[in-house]
Design a protein around this ligand. Sequence first.
Ligand code: DC
Length: 213
Amino acid sequence: MSDLRVIAIDGPAGSGKSTVARGVADRLELSYLDTGAMYRAVACAALRRGVDPADAGAVVEVARTIDLELTRDTCFVDGVDATAEIRGPEVTGAVSVVAANPGVRTEMVARQRAWATERGGGVMEGRDIGSVVFPDATLKVYLTASAAVRAKRRAGEAGGQDVAAVGSDIERRDAADSGREMSPLVEAPGAVVVDTSDLEINEVVDLVVGMLP
Ligand code: DC
């Protein structure tokens, strides 16, 4: 694993992870994997197949059998474009319970490691990349931002939604992600913590690229 060049970017929703991770990957011409999109895709496939997201055993079966094709900008689930669907309210509402399912995590982590191994590494963003998926990553970054800034960013992304409503949704998901038993959202040992509240995206990308050994 140690000969892989993995850049792990973890942090809560709205911390700037996706934009920064894409920026770093583009700058360094590395592949990019959004692992949150993988958990969203499993939730999406479960909903499409009429599986209750809370039915742990049935959802693990979905995770094992899902045909998942992720690129930098698209997501295909079982051969059907799900790029918009995985960001929609149904999937967003179901994803926390899916991501807290240990059997789903085992399957997704195996796929994430295989993805990196096939490419010699890449930029991977998520919640547990530096703590669980690649604890010996080349560089581990933990992005954070104030709750107010995170709610504002997410509301803007969602096309001008109510900031207070988005804020409480983020808080609910933060609590679920941080409080779950398996692979909770944590600052991994050895991760560099960057508060992005008052930084422009390019400044954060510069910082991260500058940290690379
Ligand atoms: O980053 P996001 O909001 O698209 O993530 C979707 C969900 O998946 C969110 O509840 C956190 C969870 N997740 C996770 O548990 N582990 C990861 N590596 C990435 C995301």
